[in-house]
Design a protein. Structure first.
Length: 120
């Protein structure tokens, strides 16, 4: 059995976590005075959190369109800069790490390759 699968009987905890994410997104919008402009998922076109940084930046999807493949990335930086990136999360991450994306309020990523002793 896949250990990453949601276990039977854990639905309530999953629903609570989803509600907490929605409330956190709404709070983020309120802090930056954007609650009249943007909304939290599950509202149509609402923001859905998919990641964060150690510096307090939040990465979200803007859930516009008929499928998740159409969702653009929205970035809320720790210093209240908000911006959109029109490709998906994987392309956003690749462009951020490679330096081809202007980070607009995000710290520059400095990828580092580290050899691990005894690794394959």
């Amino acid at each position: 059995m896949n250990s990453d699968a949601i276990q039977v009987g854990m639905e309530l905890e999953f629903a609570k976590a989803a509600l907490e994410e929605e409330e956190d997104t709404a709070d983020l919008l309120d802090i930056d005075n954007l609650s009249g402009v943007l909304s939290a998922y599950p509202a149509p076109g609402g923001l859905l959190v998919w990641g964060s940084s150690f510096q307090g930046d939040t990465f979200l999807w803007t859930t516009d369109g008929t499928s998740p493949q159409e969702w653009k990335v929205t970035v809320a930086t720790h210093n209240s800069d908000w911006w959109h990136y029109t490709a998906g999360a994987v392309q956003f991450t690749a462009d951020l790490i490679s330096g081809t994306l202007e980070p607009w309020g995000l710290p520059r990523v400095r990828p580092e390759v580290v050899a691990v002793a005894g690794g394959a």
